[in-house]
Every structure is written in structure tokens, then in C-alpha cells.
Design a protein around this ligand. Structure first.
Ligand code: IVH
Length: 702
């Protein structure tokens, strides 16, 4: 600190010399840390440490503006906004590569056969050594370093002439502004001129975050990481580019000082990549040496299997002959080298036309707008439908019938419409509207405030929701119909045997016995289970109806509060909100459910089929003896089962919790109670045995 204030107050020659040394040291340190962080993904210091050093450097450079150099870590973003991008002529042209369109294994084999033929290798000559790399889906970039300093970054353009985007490329932290040569024994000195070629891209996670931010600000979102990266690179204002998180992979060289004039004497492409890594460039860890066609095929398959999980998009792999001598022998055809080929994977994005927008009703009642498409081959299959997710996504993307859209299908994920191409529409096309009625069952379509999804309110009545509704209804914690599993439900629905819940109670032995894998005995068991399930509780019945937001606990509260189903069905939202833990959203959902005539009909029919429960007196929770008390059960009680004890406590208004805290009112402990009992003792929570529990329920305990 003392040293610093001395430096600030006295920019004298001596001070300046010391500042220069300090600045040099800070820059070296910061560059090392940035390389660890951005390139190696292995930071050795906490971010705060980096920030502190960075601020120290900024302060020193502020005090000595004469010592600021363009390669200082503080100078990545330069303020000026350019009037346009300047043109750059590439000293060594940026070539494109031939794309092997053959599918699967044969792409690699065709390439290897061609290489061997061109090199006039005998059939029994050893396999050719290759390097295989991912084909990154970004944009090609040429980085020019002179005396180790980044002096220019240029896009590919037409291969001969590109655009100068140095100001934006400087903001990419993975790209060194200053090269470290010679540090490591095996590292060659940095040549006077070095052009590094590679791909600027955006990681998927960074792309998602960027789009999230764009959405929050109401700005336009990007259709894919490549477009987002390309847009960022061509910004005139580096301040904007700096906010778009870009990354870089090096994959080759452009102009380099020749070996005779202090340049490196590389012999293989693999050696080039290793050296680029040492000079500070990110090289993908997926780059691999491969021997002959066999290993290229294996590589294509391995990377293909990884494709969807990679943190960045790739559209294929690139095979390159490793030996630079052989590369020279092979040479070029027009603008493409004979020593390299791109072997693509099926495209995951394609353009096609929207022919209509349909509505699909899902198992849970969600209405999904789905684009009906002119058939298009994407992600390895022919796609004719793609999801638009919900009304808001659809509106945000501005998709209308007749539009040309980008469709994406990655891996097994369902195809989606990414966005529309910005082409003017020939004639007026109405904006899409959500239907007011479910296209399947004609029940009302509703959307809860703050939710993106529209839902069919038909619930039990809606065929689209039947299977889910039946399984939910039958589960152990609901109506507890033993033996009514998924396979059976499928058969009942597909055979049109059960159309609604009440149909379950109309099943007869003859019908059931016809079903697959249904012996007489199991049919009888199912009928017995159905009959048994008819005697239930109001709470179970409410839960079984599958009302949105009504889980087991809420169902219990509702049952206790209203006592009788009719009172509950007729309650308005305000009355529903009197129930503990029932807020406006749940109250609205319950109200909407019973406002739907189809749902009332189902309830009536179930009652008519013999489903019944003991109706009780309304018991507003506050009046119950254990209202507001929290009880924890632990260990084995002598006569009561855990569920039984829980139901009794809850019926008396207590909440039964899973863990002991300072707020626990009682712990009921049985045999082999463990840590919960210890914790209760430690916290001074009263501990009861089974007798104590009975006393408590009768209002006798403390
Ligand atoms: S090598 C002479 N390697 O693919 C060979 N290109 O040209 C020059 N690309 O837009 C290219 N990943 O940006 C090479 N590992 C990789 C690559 C790669 C992506 C891009 C490159 C260019 C296109 C083909």
C-alpha cells in the first residue's frame, strides 16, 4: 500500500521505472491466470485475487498513461465505434474443405482411398496417419501475430479478402494478446510472423444465457449459437461484442515465418497443434491422431455419439493427413486441399415452410401449438411436425402459417421451430390464437396468471388426459385400486372399455376376462379391489380427482375444512382461501375444476356407482385441538402403524413433519427411535410414547 501511494504521488523517472517493472509483473501474472481460467479451465486463484491484480494494474496504468500498451489485459475493449469494417487481404488464402457427403462409415473410407490413390501407395503399404478434429460450428478466423503480439484478426470472407474484426476479437479472453514463447523447454520461440487459423464460436450455455438476457431486455433473440457468434464478430462497437460471450479453438496456420528466417520447422499437423497449445491457444481436447480409415470411422462414431452432450455445436468432423510433407505432395484442387475433408453429420437444423398450426393436448391437459411442416429431413429423420411450445414462444418467434422457418431436431429431443426467416409475407396472415375450447373434449381452455401454458379444464372428461387421470385415481395414496397398473389402463383405454372414471366401477368379469394376460383369477381380484376402493375418505377422493395443485396434503385440509363434498363444490374462491395453506392459485384451481360441468358429472356418477365416504362436520382448522402443532413420529409404536398415527394426528389438526427442529411441538417415539429422539432431547422438545399420543389426541397432554 505504502509503495502504491508513493507511486501515485510521484510519477518521477525513478517511480516510473519501478512502475514499469510492477506493470510488467502484473501483466505476466494476469495473462497466466487468464490462460488457466479461459483456456485450460483450471484456475489456480480465486476470482477476487484476479480482480485485485487487475485493478492494481488499471490504477498503475492510470497514473502512467505512457506505459499503457495495446496488449495489456486492461486493453481488451477499446472504446471507439468504427464507421465500417476494413478490408483485409489474406497473405495465405483461407481455403474451404471438401465435404464428404457419403453417409456413415463410407465417408472416411472414400477419403482414405482417395489419399492412398493420389499418393500412389501400394495396397499393402501401412495405413496413413491422420488427425481427426471436430468441425466446429462457428466462423473461421485468422489471427495475425507479429513479434508475438496480436496485430490483426480477420474473417474468412471469400478466402482471399476478409474483414478486419480485430477490435472485437481482442475481447475474447481465450485469445492471447501476447504470446508466451520459450517458457517451457519443449516450446519453440514465437516466430516473427504467425497467423493462427481457427474457429470463433459460442458455447451452448453462453448462448442460452445471452438469449435469456435478450428476452429480459425485450431485445431480439438469436436463432442459434453460430448466428449469435457471427453477429458479435461483425459488430462495429467492441463494447457490444464484449458482452457476447465468444470462445475460440485453433486448428491450423496461415502465414508463418519460414524455417530459414527464424520460423519453426514443423513436420506434422499434430505437432503444430501441440505447439499452438504451448503458445497459449485453446485446442480442443477432442482432437485425436488416427491410423488409417478404421480409426477415422471409429472417431466419426465416437464424436457422433458425444455430439448432443458437447458444450458447443459441431456439424461434423474433419480428417487431415498428419504429415506436412504428404500434405504438400497432395496439394490442392481449385480451392480445396486434397489432404483434408469434412465428414458431416445429419444437419440438426433445416429450413422449411409452416403449412398449419395445430393444437396438441398432452396427458396433463397442456395445450401445445405444433407447426405442421412441409416434410424436411433433419437430425436424421423426416420431420412433419415441430413444437412451438406455447402461445408466448410462438408470439415471440412471430411464426405464422406460410412462413419459412428453421426447424431443429437434436438427438432424441422433439423437433422444435427455432424461428422464422426474415422474409416479407406475400399477403396478410392472421396471427395464431389459442382456442377457447379444448379441441379434444370442448371443455374450457384456461391459463393461470403468470403461467405460460394453456390447459384444458376437462380433466377426467378429456380423452387426452384419461390415461394419466386413471393412473392417478387408482394409485395407492388415492383410491388405492390394487392391480390397476399402466398396462391394464392402456388396454382399457385403447379398447374403449373405459372412457371416464365411473366406467371403472361398471366393469364386469366378462369384459375383463377378455383382456390380454388377464386370467379369471386376476379379473376377480381386480373387481374385488375396485369394490374395496369404493369405501374411501373425502380427502382421498379429492386427491384422486387430480385437481390441479391439489396434492395429498391440500386434499386433507380441504376435506377437514369443509367436511362435506357439496359444501366444497359450491365454495367460492374467497371461501376456499380460508383453508390453511390454500392461496389464490390453489383456490382458483379448485373453483375452476368444480365450475366445469363435465367434472361435476364425473363426481355425481362416481357417487352413483357407490363411491362413498363418511361425511363429517366442517372443522375449520383453527378449532381443532392440535391446530398449529407440529409433531414428529419416530421409531416403531407398539400397536399403531406410522400411517395410522399420522392420519389421527392430522385429523386432530396437527402437522406431521419429517425432522425435528426448535419448532417441533412433540416427538412421538417408539422402539428403536434413533437420531430424531436424540435431537428432541437435545432441543428440549417433549417426547411422548403411544399412550402419551392417545392422551394428546384426547386433549389430555401438556
Ligand atoms: S481446417 C484447409 N478444421 O469449416 C483446411 N476447418 O473450410 C482449412 N471448420 O469455415 C480448414 N472446424 O472454419 C478446419 N477443425 C477444423 C474446423 C474447420 C470447423 C470450418 C472452417 C471453415 C469450414 C471449412
Amino acid at each position: 500500500m505504502a509503495e502504491q501511494s508513493e507511486l501515485f504521488s510521484a510519477p518521477a523517472p525513478k517511480g516510473q521505472a519501478r512502475a514499469a517493472t510492477k506493470i510488467e509483473a502484473l501483466r505476466a501474472q494476469l495473462n497466466r491466470w487468464a490462460h488457466e481460467y479461459y483456456v485450460q479451465d483450471a484456475p489456480s486463484v480465486p476470482d477476487a485475487e484476479y480482480d485485485r491484480a487487475f485493478q492494481q494494474l488499471q490504477a498503475l496504468e492510470g497514473a502512467y498513461p505512457g506505459l499503457v500498451t495495446p496488449d495489456s489485459p486492461t486493453q481488451r475493449v477499446i472504446g471507439a465505434v468504427l464507421p465500417g469494417l476494413a478490408v483485409v487481404r489474406h497473405h495465405v488464402p483461407m481455403l474451404s474443405i471438401r465435404t464428404e457427403t457419403d453417409t456413415e462409415a463410407s465417408g472416411a473410407q472414400t477419403f482414405d482411398a482417395r489419399v492412398r490413390r493420389e499418393l500412389k501407395l501400394a495396397a499393402d503399404a501401412p495405413p496413413v496417419e491422420y488427425v481427426a478434429e471436430p468441425k466446429f460450428d462457428g466462423l473461421a478466423m485468422s489471427l495475425r501475430y507479429e513479434a508475438g503480439r496480436l496485430v490483426q484478426a480477420a474473417t474468412r470472407g471469400d478466402g482471399e479478402v476478409g474483414e478486419d474484426v480485430t477490435h472485437n476479437i481482442r475481447t475474447i479472453r481465450q485469445i492471447p494478446l501476447l504470446l508466451h514463447g520459450g517458457g517451457d523447454d519443449a516450446s519453440l520461440p514465437v516466430p516473427p510472423v504467425l497467423e493462427v487459423r481457427g474457429e470463433v464460436y459460442m458455447r451452448r450455455a453462453d448462448f442460452e444465457r445471452l438469449n435469456e438476457r435478450q428476452r429480459e431486455r425485450g431485445d431480439k433473440t438469436f436463432v442459434n449459437p453460430r448466428n449469435a457468434a457471427a453477429g458479435a464478430v461483425r459488430q462495429l462497437d467492441s463494447g457490444i461484442a464484449a458482452q457476447r460471450p465468444l470462445s475460440f479453438f485453433a486448428y491450423g496456420l496461415g502465414e508463418v515465418t519460414p524455417p530459414g528466417e527464424d520460423g519453426p520447422d514443423f513436420t506434422s499437423h499434430h505437432q503444430v497443434l501441440q505447439q499452438l497449445k504451448k503458445w497459449g491457444f485453446p485446442v480442443s481436447s477432442l482432437v485425436s491422431q488416427a491410423l488409417g480409415a478404421t480409426e477415422l470411422v471409429a472417431y466419426h462414431q465416437r464424436i457422433g455419439a458425444l455430439r448432443d452432450e458437447l458444450p458447443f455445436d459441431i456439424d461434423g468432423v474433419v480428417y487431415k493427413v498428419d504429415s506436412l510433407q504428404l500434405q504438400r505432395e497432395l496439394g490442392f484442387v481449385t480451392r480445396e486441399p486434397r489432404w483434408a475433408v469434412a465428414h458431416k453429420y445429419p444437419a440438426q437444423e433445416m429450413v422449411t415452410r409452416v403449412e398449419g398450426i395445430d393444437i396438441q393436448v398432452g396427458r396433463t391437459g397442456k395445450l401445445t401449438p405444433v407447426a405442421r411442416l412441409a416434410p424436411v429431413f433433419v437430425g436424421g429423420v423426416t420431420v412433419t411436425n415441430a413444437t412451438l411450445h406455447n402461445l408466448f414462444e410462438l408470439r415471440r418467434k412471430g411464426v405464422r402459417v406460410g412462413d419459412e422457418v428453421i426447424v431443429r431436431r437434436a438427438g432424441d429431443v422433439i423437433p422444435e421451430v427455432v424461428g422464422r426467416l426474415p422474409a416479407p409475407r406475400g399477403s396478410y396472415v392472421a396471427n395464431f390464437r389459442m382456442p377457447r375450447e379444448c379441441p379434444i373434449c370442448a371443455s374450457r381452455v384456461l391459463r393461470e396468471p403468470g403461467e405460460a401454458d394453456h390447459r384444458c379444464s376437462g380433466g377426467l372428461f378429456c380423452p387426452a388426459q384419461r390415461k394419466q387421470a386413471l393412473l392417478h385415481f387408482a394409485q395407492r395414496r388415492a383410491m388405492d385400486i390394487e392391480g390397476l397398473g399402466e398396462k391394464l389402463v392402456d388396454q382399457l383405454i385403447e379398447g374403449h372399455i373405459v372412457r371416464s372414471l365411473p366406467d371403472l366401477y361398471r366393469l364386469g368379469l366378462a369384459t375383463l376376462a377378455q383382456l390380454d394376460r388377464m386370467a379369471d383369477k386376476s379379473a376377480q381380484n381386480l373387481l374385488a379391489a375396485l369394490e374395496k376402493s369404493q369405501r374411501t375418505t373425502l380427502a382421498r377422493f379429492l386427491f384422486a380427482l387430480g385437481i390441479r395443485h391439489v396434492g395429498e396434503a391440500t386434499a386433507k385440509e380441504l376435506a377437514r375444512h369443509f367436511g362435506q363434498l357439496d359444501a366444497l363444490m359450491d365454495a367460492d374462491v374467497d371461501a376456499l382461501m380460508q383453508v390453511p395453506d390454500v392461496g389464490p392459485i390453489v383456490a382458483q384451481a379448485v373453483h375452476d375444476f368444480f365450475a366445469e360441468p363435465h367434472n361435476r358429472e364425473v363426481v355425481e356418477q362416481l357417487r352413483a356407482c357407490g363411491v362413498r365416504w363418511p361425511e363429517g362436520e366442517p372443522q375449520p382448522a383453527a378449532l381443532l385441538p392440535l391446530a398449529g402443532k407440529t409433531v414428529v413420529l419416530t421409531g416403531q409404536l407398539p400397536t399403531l402403524g406410522r400411517e395410522q398415527a399420522k392420519e389421527m394426528l392430522e385429523a386432530a389438526g396437527a402437522r406431521v413433519a419429517g425432522s425435528v427442529s426448535g419448532k417441533t411441538s412433540y416427538v412421538v417415539a417408539g422402539a428403536e427411535a434413533g437420531s430424531k429422539l436424540e435431537r428432541a432431547r437435545a432441543l428440549g422438545v417433549p417426547v411422548l410414547d403411544e399412550d402419551g399420543l392417545h392422551a394428546l389426541l384426547q386433549g389430555g397432554a401438556a
